[in-house]
Ligand binder design. Structure first.
Ligand SMILES: [Zn+2]
Length: 335
């Protein structure tokens, strides 16, 4: 993922001066917006709380993250990438799994792409998608970069969510978990525009599901990215659907996790965009402040010691609680 391109300048009313600002991604000078910490669930009626907090085995999720990281860098077409594909598939034995395999033409040649989708049936008409990419950044392939937070943490999260969904009759929407591939750019974004060189896997799925009619059944798209940081502050991502963010905030509040959510607003170019573009309510759960000034992002310092099982638990339980709320919201707000 990348910070979205700058769209405007920020008015610094406090000093009564307009200051041109650099909102390029990765800029050392970050200017969070002044939106309030909490997202008010305006005019939304949430179903009453039901049952104890959702189960989520944070220790097991952390173990998955560790195991994914131990394979080493997993850029497209690498042997490690194949190992991680097999690792994810092995954990989904017995589940209904769709393998979306294709070749993508990038500006540095053709590469194999492999999206893995595990489908858990529900009783209600409609599907909720939960997604995470699992590849690591291609330009960093010859470094020690292993993407512990960026790719591994959210992929591990989904494996543990699968454990919680498996073998139970869902009294609600079907849930499809997506381990998507080729999210990362093939060339450094200083050389090629990120949006023309990334999100290959999820874009393929969105196009395919648009063509075959599946997309009409999709009620919501939840994306997890960089959610393992021990210092967890999920951004209010600016391209996400506000009512779906309110559902997430309500879920987090019910669990006492709300202080980890939506303290600042910033738009991101990430895997949700192909679904946003097609009118699917979408939310990107991302903490794009990984180390001071996001210094660990896309750096060899993105290692397992920066992660916390508690952060995985916060996102895991909040996601499952969000599902529970969505299942009982009838009808869901319009797209
Ligand atoms: Zn990344």
């Amino acid at each position: 993922m990348n910070r979205a391109k700058p769209v405007s300048c920020i008015l610094l009313a406090a000093v009564l001066a307009f200051l041109a600002c650099d909102r390029e991604k990765g800029s050392a000078q970050d200017h969070p917006s002044s939106t309030p910490a909490a997202v008010a669930p305006a005019q939304m009626n949430f179903p009453p709380e039901s049952g104890p907090p959702p189960n989520f085995d944070a220790g097991r999720a952390m173990q998955y993250a560790q195991e994914i990281v131990r394979f080493g860098p997993r850029p497209l077409s690498s042997a490690n990438h194949k190992k991680v594909e097999d690792y994810i598939s092995a954990h989904l034995k017995g589940d209904q799994v769709e393998h979306d395999v294709f070749t993508v033409e990038t500006n540095i040649g053709k590469f194999p792409v492999h999206n893995i989708v595990a489908k858990f049936a529900g009783t209600k008409e409609g599907i909720i998608l939960i997604s995470s990419h699992y590849d690591t950044n291609y330009p960093l392939r010859n470094t020690s970069y292993v993407g512990a937070n960026d790719g591994a943490s959210s992929s591990a999260l989904l494996l543990e969510i699968a454990n919680q969904l498996r073998g139970k009759q869902r009294d609600g929407y079907g849930v499809w978990l997506i381990w998507d591939d080729a999210e990362e750019a093939m060339k450094p974004d200083t050389e090629v525009d990120f949006m023309s060189d990334s999100l290959y896997g999820i874009t393929h799925l969105a196009e395919k599901w648009h063509s075959d009619g599946t997309l009409k059944k999709v009620k919501a798209f939840l994306l997890a990215d960089m959610i393992g940081d021990a210092d967890l502050n999920i951004d209010r991502e600016g391209n996400s659907t506000p009512w779906l963010q309110s559902v997430v905030y309500e879920a987090a509040s019910r669990l006492g996790y709300q202080s980890h959510f939506f303290g600042r607003t910033l738009p991101m170019d990430d895997d949700h965009l192909p679904f946003v573009k097609r009118g699917v309510p979408s939310v990107d759960l991302i903490d794009f402040n990984y180390g001071y000034n996001n210094v660990f992002w896309h750096s060899p310092q993105d290692t397992i010691d920066k992660l916390s099982p508690q952060s995985l638990k916060i996102i895991g339980q909040t996601t499952l609680e969000s599902l529970r709320i969505l299942d009982k919201m009838d009808p869901l707000p319009p797209k």
